[in-house]
Design a protein around this ligand. Structure first.
Ligand code: B12
Length: 208
């Protein structure tokens, strides 16, 4: 059924994609496997966009489909939610970037794993991250970004936190074009490839 779901998303068959997601979950599939199928489809759609085989309207449609599937998956993930609070995390998509589907998944996964999450939304300038860390007292910041143009705002955010005397705050980064090399470039503390990695880093940094 996973392959069918991937195919339905790629072919923009919205109703089939939503139905298949529900059917997979009803049949006992791990909700994270449904998200993994979405990730694979999005990667293929992104590649087609890069090759000129599909255009912005398709990206928008794929984005909307994924948001709806996330809404179906979230309650199922919530069933296994952690109730004990571990600590606070500030998260946002960095300045100049408006991709938020993945950031929302990361924020949600952190929440259900026991973190108090302050989600600053998209296109967030470095100063806003600094302000949120000061007001919440969070010890962990998550920066999301999907564009190559996100590298510099990520680096600027790490620098802004240091300049504000918040060097003890741990910063993790993630998103489509982000990898370990960008972690080195931005001087962030960690790069996470998915929401599970984000939860693991946050737990590790809070000693949980
Ligand atoms: C959907 C989409 C859009 C939607 C976004 C909808 C939304 N509300 O988010 C729309 C249509 C708006 C869009 C717009 C644009 N997009 Co776009 N988009 C995509 C697409 C197809 C999928 C992204 C996505 O949501 N994936 C699904 C998520 C769930 O998958 P995931 O990455 O596995 O998620 C995990 C990780 O990223 C990780 N993670 C994410 N954040 C964080 C944070 C932390 C701290 C951690 C630890 C982990 C982590 O955890 C997630 C969950 O497990 C990608 C292609 C791709 N392959 O990425 C292009 C892509 C990112 N877009 C691209 C482009 C160029 C654009 C536009 C500039 C197009 C244009 N000309 O206008 C604009 C950008 C506008 C802007 N200023 O931001 C390019 C970027 C190329 C580049 N090198 O910069 C891509 C790669 C497509 C391509 N191949 O060319 N886009």
């Amino acid at each position: 059924m996973t392959q069918e779901l991937i195919q339905a998303i790629i072919e923009m068959r919205e109703e089939d994609a939503l139905r298949l997601s529900r059917e997979m979950l009803d049949a006992g599939a791990n909700p994270l496997d449904v998200l993994e199928a979405c990730r694979q489809s999005m990667q293929m759609i992104g590649k087609r966009f890069e090759e000129g085989d599909c255009f912005i309207p398709e990206l928008i449609m794929a984005g909307e489909m994924l948001s709806q599937i996330s809404d179906i998956v979230k309650p199922r993930l919530q069933e296994t939610a952690e109730t004990k609070k571990i600590g606070k995390v500030v998260i946002g998509t960095v300045e100049g970037d408006i991709h938020d589907i993945a950031k929302d998944i990361v924020a949600f996964m952190l929440e259900i794993n026991g973190f108090d999450v302050t989600d600053l939304g998209v296109d967030v300038p470095p100063a806003k991250f600094v302000e949120a860390v000061k007001t919440t007292g969070a010890k962990v910041v998550g920066l999301s970004g999907f564009l190559t143009l996100a590298y510099d705002p990520m680096k600027a955010t790490v620098e802004a936190l240091k300049a504000a005397g918040l060097s003890d705050v741990k910063v993790m980064i993630g998103g489509g074009q982000i990898d370990a090399q960008i972690r080195d470039y931005t001087c962030a503390d960690a790069y996470g490839k998915d929401a599970v990695a984000a939860v693991n880093y946050a737990k590790q940094w809070y000693g949980a």
